[in-house]
Design a protein around this ligand. Structure first.
Ligand SMILES: NC(=O)c1ccc[n+]([C@@H]2O[C@H](COP(=O)([O-])OP(=O)(O)OC[C@H]3O[C@@H](n4cnc5c(N)ncnc54)[C@H](OP(=O)(O)O)[C@@H]3O)[C@@H](O)[C@H]2O)c1
Length: 240
């Protein structure tokens, strides 16, 4: 399984659950050595995973992903498009640069990775699972999240289009849409007061935990989800 943004939050939980599920994880991160040191501190054996460096905003670093992964394995079953970024601003104060940055990181370059991994690993094998991490914000259109929500909406729709084209070669494409989940990204983009308000609207009355999102990602990547494609799974404690 190749997981982008594997060093933190939902991506880290997904990476670590691979060990419980007998899956060899390849993590895509910005700082390889730092992540290796962290895994070392968790007593994870260095031969039980691989790491490749990548920066979502730099297409050149993404062009190197497939060649790097091919030196690690000839066979990949699953891709988790998890790395993502958010900046918040009122709609009328959102710069064009910010919108373009969000689209590049959360949409265009995600699709580039999905295309290159599918062409290089999944098509020949006629098997593969792509799970993209979108957000409840893509549907709920929360204030302050114009650029982020739009980029996640684009990602969601594109993955659903891919699911319709690639189903005939047994490549499944699904989307996980987390609600507020306790991570670095969420804390940096949501005021404490907003968290309190949002939580009141969650049926389960608490924030999600990264592990709870990772459970769904692993299910969708597994053969247990062999007849599931083109779906958007809301893992949000019930907010609508
Ligand atoms: N937490 C929530 O409430 C929530 C809700 C809905 C959707 N999501 C989505 O869930 C996904 C994971 O986020 P998280 O909540 O787990 O937050 P997180 O702990 O901050 O993790 C975000 C990951 O993305 C990586 N990343 C960000 N920008 C990158 C870039 N330009 N190039 C490469 N990697 C980059 C980060 O790397 P660094 O550590 O190097 O920064 C980190 O590994 C994101 O797509 C996010 O939009 C989160």
């Amino acid at each position: 399984m190749f997981i982008t943004g594997a060093n933190s939050g939902i991506g880290l939980s997904t990476f670590l659950q691979c060990f419980e599920n007998g899956i060899f994880p390849i993590g895509g991160v910005r700082r390889e050595q730092e992540f290796r040191n962290e895994l070392n501190q968790m007593n994870i054996k260095p031969d039980s995973y691989e790491i490749v460096e990548m920066r979502m905003e730099e297409i050149k670093s993404l062009e190197k992903l497939v060649p790097k992964i091919k030196t690690i394995t000839k066979s990949l079953d699953a891709l988790v498009l998890n790395a993502g970024a958010i900046e918040t601003a009122p709609s009328l104060m959102t710069s064009i640069e910010s919108i373009e940055r969000h689209l590049k990181i959360n949409f265009t370059h995600q699709i580039y990775i999905a295309q290159s991994i599918a062409k290089s690993f999944f098509i020949k094998k006629r098997k593969g699972s792509i799970v993209a991490i979108s957000s409840s914000a893509a549907i709920d259109a929360n204030p302050g999240r114009l650029a982020y929500a739009a980029s996640k909406s684009a990602l969601t729709t594109a993955i659903r289009v891919m699911s319709k084209e690639l189903g005939s070669v047994s490549i499944r494409c699904n989307v996980v849409a987390p609600g507020l989940t306790e991570t670095k990204l969420m804390r940096s983009s949501t005021e404490d007061e907003q968290i309190k308000l949002f939580t009141q609207n969650i049926s389960i009355k608490r924030l999600g935990k990264p592990n709870e999102i990772a459970d769904t990602i692993h299910f969708l990547c597994s053969d247990k989800a062999s007849f599931i494609t083109g779906q958007v799974i809301n893992v949000d404690g019930g907010i609508r």
